[in-house]
Ligand binder design. Structure first.
Ligand SMILES: C[S@@+](CC[C@H](N)C(=O)[O-])C[C@H]1O[C@@H](n2cnc3c(N)ncnc32)[C@H](O)[C@@H]1O
Length: 215
């Protein structure tokens, strides 16, 4: 009896985490995608780094980085979280409600294409303001007609979902680099990702950008 009680006590925190705090992945592929994204960002983080995930969606990437030891804050223009253990704040899509230099890294993963072209620079400026050092960006970066067509469909669907008629815009890797440089950000790493790094039925061109905010 005592042994049973002791194992219950030992297992309680794990069970509590699994029931209340662990990310609720929609599928194994989604988990793989989140781990892939977190794995690309992780080499630029110290073990106790602070990270802001802007446009966090479900929050999976942040949750994976938190598992690795980072202190993660989530923010988005909608609340569709499935990672209840992480702090979250809604914001207006333009002004990040955080102090200047508040985080070691600010991430925008597959977010900027949803932002109207005329607002992209301002949001990047906000991300640079609240970052002490790194901006980490994942983007669909079309290289052919199919990439463009599917990007356009995705952009339209998102606009319909949130009931907005604002524009959106997918840029090529070179166009993003031009924008980042124009904003004074230092490009430390640009990586073209394999077309099959995410769901195999979405074999689109994508890139990872690591930018340093000048001191
Ligand atoms: C394709 S989802 C990506 C979610 C998450 N970053 C990921 O990689 O799993 C795009 C997200 O961008 C968010 N978004 C769109 N416009 C935004 C804006 N102006 N600021 C912040 N997030 C925005 C959407 O609400 C959505 O959660």
């Amino acid at each position: 009896m005592d042994a049973a009680r002791a194992s219950c006590r030992r297992l309680a925190p794990t069970l509590l985490y699994a029931v209340c705090m662990a990310p609720r992945y929609a599928s194994r592929i989604v988990r793989r995608e989140a781990r892939h994204a977190a794995g690309l960002a992780a080499p630029f983080l110290s073990p106790s780094a602070t990270v802001l995930d802007v446009g966090c969606g479900e929050g999976y990437v942040g949750a994976e980085l938190a598992e690795l030891g980072a202190t993660v804050m989530l923010t988005d223009i909608v609340d569709v979280r499935r990672c209840p253990s992480l702090p979250f704040q809604l914001y207006d899509g333009r002004h990040l409600p955080y102090a200047t230099h508040a985080f070691d890294m600010v991430m925008l993963n597959f977010v900027l294409h949803h932002v109207p072209n005329e607002d992209k620079a301002a949001l990047l400026g906000e991300a640079a303001r609240v970052s002490r050092r790194w901006l980490f960006i994942l983007e669909d970066t079309p290289r052919n007609a199919l990439d463009r067509l599917m990007g356009d469909r995705h952009g339209r669907r998102f606009r319909a979902k949130i009931g907005s008629s604002a524009s959106f815009g997918f840029l090529t890797s070179g166009e993003w680099e031009w924008l980042f440089r124009g904003l004074g950000l230092v490009i430390r790493n640009v990586r073209a990702l394999g077309r099959f790094c995410r769901a195999p039925w979405q074999p689109y061109a994508r890139s990872a950008f690591v930018l340093e905010v000048p001191a």
